[in-house]
Design a protein around this ligand. Structure first.
Ligand code: FES
Length: 129
């Protein structure tokens, strides 16, 4: 079974192939949504419970992205490349486009390492350049 390491929480778990990062995090009682901004705070209150409707469960897959996950879903592309439903998603995708995923859409097919609740760096190299 694939192993998922949640680096910030220093926890890991083995899950059946095809499990989403969100479901793996739930098994360890790790919250995928923290109020880093007003929209995320609202999203936490109005959490979609994995229905992929608010787009606030973004994570960074630091190791194993691509080879050990499914490819970006249509919904992820919509969230990351348009200002709806949450403009912060698009900004965060610009910061790290190769590794940003929605926890509820990203299926695990091999060993991965995940950073939950990544900070948004509006002054990083990819912004305003
Ligand atoms: S849990 Fe709502 S978009 Fe992922």
């Amino acid at each position: 079974m694939p192993k998922v390491i949640f680096s910030q929480e220093k926890q890991e778990i083995s899950v059946p192939e095809g499990t989403t990062i969100r479901d793996a995090a739930k098994l360890l009682n790790i919250s995928g949504i923290k109020g880093v901004n007003l929209l995320a705070a609202c999203a936490k209150c109005l959490a979609c419970r994995g229905l992929s409707s608010h787009g606030a469960c973004r994570v960074i897959v630091t190791e194993g992205h691509g080879e050990n996950t499914n490819s970006l879903t249509l919904w992820e592309k919509m969230c990351f490349m348009s200002p709806f439903p949450n403009p912060v998603m698009g900004l965060s995708y610009l910061e790290n486009p190769e590794q940003t995923r929605l926890a509820c859409e990203c299926k695990i097919t091999g060993d991965i390492t995940v950073d939950t609740n990544p900070d948004l760096n509006l002054f990083g190299e990819n912004f305003f350049s």
